[in-house]
Design a protein around this ligand. Structure first.
Ligand SMILES: [Zn+2]
Length: 252
């Protein structure tokens, strides 16, 4: 088990390095495949040895090897976060290959969604759509038994918001609605406690910011995507058992 977790950590660090490229380039409409990454200050092309997740940043003391301009700590932080999430998925669902696959797909999508939404206040379709397809395909191949539950969860959560958005024309970002659908496709019934977590934490932070900064905080609207992502992680760990014990309580 430990070997699997370490392997997942290393894979997550490498994927996190790619997600840094996604986070920078996707909102700017650039290709994530080419060209190779360059230093934004001097244009120095990042070589393979300078691109080892986390370690290169530490070895270079957070500076470009060519011009010595600082490289944001966000790059190693995102690599580390992805590594920890990957290792966590394997650790939490150690005995369930299908759940691991779905969890890794979700983690791969939630990291860039969180950081793009924080910076650009939007959730790109080029991330949510392929993630939805990947979750449906993985579910069909690995866990057909649980697939109807996840499809139903996605439909139940998207339908009312879709209606609400159509009726009120702008109640909520459509990116948030699509992300909730994606979470449903990955989490099934575990989504309900996850959404509860997201709405509660989002409201608390929103109220906290208003108390701290007054009504001014309302203008600098806090994006909801990161709270949904956190809710997704919460749901992956605790959602199914919370839902089951909730349903149990009402049966007896
Ligand atoms: Zn440079």
């Amino acid at each position: 088990m430990l070997a699997a977790i370490v392997l997942a950590l290393i894979a997550g660090l490498a994927i996190g390095s790619f997600l840094n490229v996604v986070i920078y380039r996707v909102p700017r409409g650039e290709s994530v495949v080419s060209p190779r990454s360059r230093c934004p200050h001097c244009g120095h092309e990042i070589t393979a040895i300078e691109n080892v997740p986390v370690f290169s940043w530490l070895a270079l003391r957070g500076r470009c090897r060519s011009c010595k301009e600082p490289i944001s700590w966000r790059y190693p932080a995102i690599e580390l976060l992805t590594g920890v999430l990957y290792a966590g998925v394997v650790a939490v669902r150690f005995d369930d290959g299908a759940q691991i696959a779905l969890g890794l797909i979700l983690a791969t999508a939630l990291v860039p969604i969180t950081f793009i939404d924080l910076e650009f206040k939007r959730i790109p379709n080029v991330i949510t759509y392929p993630t939805a397809v990947a979750l449906i395909v993985a579910g069909c191949i690995l866990d057909l038994h649980g697939e109807p539950e996840r499809l139903l969860a996605a439909a139940i959560v998207v339908a009312p918001f879709l209606l609400l958005t159509l009726v009120l024309s702008r109640s909520m970002g459509m990116g948030d609605v699509k992300l909730m659908g994606v979470l449903g496709l990955g989490l099934g019934r575990a989504l309900a406690p996850g959404l509860f977590f997201a709405f509660i934490s989002g409201t608390l932070v929103g109220v906290g910011l208003m108390l701290r900064f007054g009504m001014r905080a309302r203008k600098t609207a806090v994006p909801f995507g990161p709270f949904l992502a956190a809710g997704g992680v919460f749901a992956f760990c605790f959602g199914a058992s919370l839902w089951d014990s909730y349903v149990d309580t009402f049966h007896h």
